[in-house]
Ligand binder design. Structure first.
Ligand code: ADP
Ligand code: MG
Length: 633
């Protein structure tokens, strides 16, 4: 039976100039089948899906649903259709970070007139159906990508819709989890119509019952079109519509769940969204307006992306079959269409584990530097990490002690690997706007550090910092309360340069001893640091760019790296086969590298993090990065 039919659908976006996203598309869909829509970026896939789902309206033609034309649909009819017949699944999950999985699924029913108890039961059942019955009370940030996508599917299913629309549901997943999600969708398609947009033709071929290819807004190929008998013999059976009663959640549900659509859809949809919600019960308005829909949406996107930079690490990388590859591509099978490259990948894959070495050459670093000018819209910020150790002294409560900002991990892994990535001492990205979007300033005169001698403190949402941090600073007195004014404008820390901090002693170097700290702190060499601000993560953010502790400018990092690079100890270490601090020989290359990096003999970046502005831009950044390797042996 035919579920849906598009007849000569045309979609023209007109804001300033006209863009024809769909040209005369005619296609029918069966009641239960699994349709994959393939096509290059920008060809109109999302537009097609949005029109089918009633999130966007066609410019001309007709969308026939269960034999009914939608030409005369008014907003209320569209609302009803969206709420009762359609479930949406997006690439970016669109889960609400501070709510549990159960609540995330319940929200889809919040306003469809279902009692609270039934909502809970149905949400729990839907989560069970996707294999998450044990995680009902977890929050999204405790889940893997594949699990989050399963929550999104549960949410789409909970209203028992006839049609599931999925826009690149596996776009952010690795190949193994993609398969799990595809299995679930395939299962759903036994009793419903599933239409999925994907870039991955292999998944489409393996799982779907029909593949439709789109190019420039037109259907180019359909490998299982409706037969002429299906089209003519099957009279549209006018089944009773599930319900055309007023639906209270109206457009709000749909738009909340698809903020990405809303963001790209400019004026008209937003107006419709709010027009559609006038007259609905108070709670919907409260939900949308009090939390500030647009504010919520942009925070959520920034929130997710702050934790998901594209990272490029120097040196040898080992990948197992599950992990992202080194360009952040999640599916190695489709990562490359380049002939020679393919053959290498096949060979590598048979080994299960693959290794490669990232060489962050000057040329490559320049290429990364150009990203900001090549794709200005795409980049929030780029950070370059180095392993140069900073020698820090803290002057608190009348004593000078060494400040070791490393956060000891439970496993001791950091120490073992010579990394200091978990630290109360973090470099600021060179993008004040990005930081301001995530943090508020606490206290009068509180501001961001702007020079090498300025630092700030990052506190959590309760204005607190964990006790270890205070202990490390020497702020030990149990009975003392500190005021903000004890910090802002004050000096607490000083960076001591290598030549002052390390003294040569025959073939070896030794670190300054505690007895020498006060003199070092008071001598004019080094960088005395002033605390100029206290930053607090914005309330609606789940996790920000920084963890609690101090933040310093890249100016300071540069100055310290330059200085360390010219220090006697670095120069000596650079040409020595033993560790100049311990006298022990290096047993492998990695140990020597670490020593060189720590002391400043090697100040090239060890890690590059690229923070994209949104999910679509992340793709264009990946493309740019992949291009670097084109035509290289
Ligand atoms: P795909 O999903 O295949 O990547 P889309 O359906 O998102 O493609 O977009 C198809 C075309 O329509 C593109 O040229 C895109 O720029 C344009 N387009 C999409 N949404 C809008 C909009 N709200 N305003 C103007 N143009 C748009
Ligand atoms: Mg799209």
């Amino acid at each position: 039976m035919i579920k849906l039919k598009l007849e000569n659908i045309q979609k023209i976006y007109s804001n300033g100039e006209n863009v024809t996203a769909l040209k005369n598309v005619s296609i029918g869909f069966r009641e239960n089948e699994f349709v994959s829509i393939l096509g290059p970026s920008g060809c109109g896939k999302t537009t097609l899906l949005n029109i089918i789902g009633g999130l966007d309206h066609y410019s001309s033609g007709d969308l026939v649903i269960n034999g009914h034309s939608t030409k005369n649909y008014i907003d209320r009819d569209w609302d009803s259709y969206r709420n009762h017949s359609i479930g949406f699944v997006f690439q970016s999950y669109n889960l609400i970070g501070h709510q549990t999985l159960l609540q995330n699924v319940e929200i889809a029913m919040t306003l469809s007139g279902v009692s609270a108890l039934e909502r809970k039961q149905r949400a729990a059942k839907a989560l069970k159906d996707v294999g998450l019955e044990k995680q009902l009370n977890k929050k999204p940030n405790q889940l893997s990508g594949g699990q989050m996508q399963r929550v999104a599917i549960a949410r789409a299913l909970v209203n028992d819709p006839d049609i599931i629309l999925a826009d690149e549901p596996t776009g952010a997943l690795d190949s193994k989890t993609s398969l799990q999600v595809m299995e679930i969708l395939k299962n759903i398609a036994k009793t419903r119509l599933v239409i999925m947009v994907t870039h991955n033709s292999e998944l489409a071929e393996n799982y779907s019952s029909r593949i439709v290819r789109i190019l420039d807004g037109e259907i180019q190929d359909d490998n299982n079109p409706l037969t002429s008998s299906e089209l003519t013999d099957e009279p549209y059976k006018k089944t009773a519509e599930k319900s055309t009663a007023k639906t209270s959640m109206s457009m709000i549900t749909a738009t909340t769940l698809s903020f990405k659509n809303l963001l790209t859809k400019r004026g008209r949809t937003i107006t419709t969204a709010f027009a559609g919600s006038i007259g609905i019960i108070g709670v919907a308005l409260v939900l949308a307006l009090s939390s500030g829909l647009s504010n919520y949406m942009s925070t959520m996107q920034a929130d997710t992306l702050a934790n998901a930079p594209i990272s490029i690490q120097a040196g040898e990388q080992t990948l197992d079959d599950n992990s992202d590859d080194f360009f952040g591509n999640t599916n190695k099978n489709t990562a490359s269409k380049n002939g020679t490259d393919d053959t290498i990948r096949v060979a590598e894959q048979t080994k299960e584990k693959t290794t490669h070495t990232n060489v962050l050459s000057k040329d490559y670093l320049n290429y990364i530097d150009n990203l900001s000018s090549e794709l200005p819209e795409a980049i929030n910020t780029i950070t370059f990490e180095r392993n140069v150790k900073m020698n820090l002294l803290a002057n608190t409560e009348g004593r000078v002690i060494e400040f070791d900002p490393t956060i000891e991990s439970e496993t001791g892994m950091n120490d073992m690997m010579g990394m200091s990535s978990n630290s109360y001492w973090q470099e600021m990205p060179d993008n004040d706007e990005f930081i301001r979007s995530q943090y508020d300033f606490v206290g009068t005169d509180s501001r961001l550090p702007s020079s090498k001698n300025e630092i700030a403190i990052v506190v959590d949402e309760n204005n607190s910092i964990n006790k270890t941090f205070y202990d490390k600073l020497g702020l030990k007195s149990e009975n003392t309360t500190y005021e903000l004014s004890d910090f802002i404008g004050h000096n607490l820390l000083k960076v001591i340069y290598n030549d002052e901090f390390y003294t040569r002693d025959g073939d070896l170097f030794s670190k300054a001893t505690p007895a020498e700290y006060t003199a070092l702190y008071n001598n004019p060499e080094g960088e005395l640091l002033t605390i100029v601000g206290v930053l607090r993560m914005k309330e609606d953010l789940d996790s920000g760019y920084f963890s609690e502790g101090f933040i310093y400018t890249s100016d300071l990092a540069e100055a310290v790296a330059e200085n360390a690079n010219n220090s006697t100890i670095a120069k000596t270490q650079s040409s020595s086969d033993t560790n100049v601090l311990t006298g022990l020989p290096f047993t492998d290359k990695k140990m020597k590298e670490n020593a060189n990096q720590n002391l400043g003999a090697d100040i090239s970046p060890t890690n590059i993090n690229i923070y994209p502005t949104d999910f679509d831009q992340k793709e264009s950044i990946k493309d740019y990065l992949v291009n670097y390797n084109n035509n290289k042996s």
